[in-house]
Design a protein around this ligand. Sequence first.
Ligand SMILES: Nc1ncnc2c1ncn2[C@@H]1O[C@H](COP(=O)(O)OP(=O)(O)O)[C@@H](O)[C@H]1O
Ligand SMILES: C[C@@](O)(CCOP(=O)(O)OP(=O)(O)O)CC(=O)O
Length: 196
Amino acid sequence: MDQNSEPELVLVFSGKRKSGKDYVTDLIQERLGADVCSVVRLSGPLKHQYAQEHGLDLDQLLGPGPYKERYRADMIRWGETRRQQDPGFFCRLATRGARQPVWVVSDARRLSDLHWFRSQFPRQTLCVRVQSSEETRTQRGWSFTAGVDDAESECGLDSGVKFDWIISNEADAPSLDKQLQPILNLVNSARVTSDQ
Ligand SMILES: Nc1ncnc2c1ncn2[C@@H]1O[C@H](COP(=O)(O)OP(=O)(O)O)[C@@H](O)[C@H]1O
Ligand SMILES: C[C@@](O)(CCOP(=O)(O)OP(=O)(O)O)CC(=O)O
């Protein structure tokens, strides 16, 4: 993709925290290769700016550990004020450097996130939900936090969205490779078609 062209495919992922959005989207990138697939994290520019303003450790905020949980509620509030002025603010910043033909957006949370991608890339955008039970998420370190798990950041896409695929990220579900096969097949066939 050159600087002025659009992505061939935009896969927009959502799911509750600890459902495995990062894990699944990293796996897709591994399967497709980093030259073909860019993982776009909407929370990336948010955490970057927030860490700078608050003197925090950006690497830890970006990682899966408990550090980011200490700041999550405040980061949500901080991000909301930006989004109120401009709902596409973080979507635009997060996609700015993406040059690969396939974008995998790892963390859509709000209808405004989906609207932004669908309005910018109506032909290319598909939506994927990652699902895990509360029991599994608890094993991964989740516990219910009021003001976070009952807020738009976690619940904004619970209803009103028709997902193109739903991935069950559970130990007793079919393997992720098997569940991701239709998505990887679609990427590969879309890429072959666009080459012709
Ligand atoms: N299928 C899986 N197998 C092994 N570990 C997983 C799997 N899915 C998620 N995890 C682990 O669970 C934790 C939470 O996953 P993560 O992708 O960070 O979730 P989310 O981005 O949705 O909050 C991480 O430590 C991750 O490595
Ligand atoms: C302030 C946030 O952007 C923090 C998001 O952090 P992560 O995307 O790392 O969260 P999970 O992967 O679901 O655990 C949430 C928001 O409402 O924008």
